[in-house]
Design a protein around this ligand. Structure first.
Ligand SMILES: [Zn+2]
Length: 138
């Protein structure tokens, strides 16, 4: 017999200084990708140093938000009680047109997901501090 799930608040990311600029952009409904000022490598998620040339300089580029679904998983068992009434839902891996990859939720029904589906980044305002990426069909 399953126990009733406690009514817990939604689990949200902890915003540290390292990623504050990226999160601030999401609140403005902009998707940024870290771009190394020295070698122009794009890194996602943001890292303290460029994985290609190890430079500690950080720069940003605004993404178009457009990409294509590369893969996805369908979540049937909630990882946290807050998701209990959200399952099943899909989490997608999107190949962005600039070449980096992003994992996120998607508003396309599970049965309509397919490899290569064109999508664009949308944004879900959760509270004053957090906005999350929610892909949608493009
Ligand atoms: Zn670099």
């Amino acid at each position: 017999m399953t126990q009733p799930l406690p009514n817990l608040p939604r689990p949200l990311p902890r915003i540290d200084r390292e990623h504050a600029e990226w999160w601030a952009a999401l609140r403005r409904h902009e998707l940024l990708v870290q771009e190394c000022p020295r070698c122009k490598a794009l890194t996602f998620p943001p890292e303290p140093a460029c994985p290609r040339c190890r430079s500690l300089e950080r720069g940003w580029r605004r993404s178009s938000g457009r990409g294509r679904v590369l893969s996805w998983v369908v979540v049937h068992r909630p990882s946290h009680p807050w998701f209990a009434d959200k399952v099943p839902y899909a989490v997608v891996l999107v190949q962005m047109e600039e070449g980096f990859r992003v994992i996120g939720h998607i508003d396309v029904p599970i049965e309509k997901l397919r490899d290569g589906l064109p999508v664009e980044a949308g944004f879900e305002d959760v509270n004053d501090e957090v906005a999350l990426i929610r892909f949608r069909g493009a």
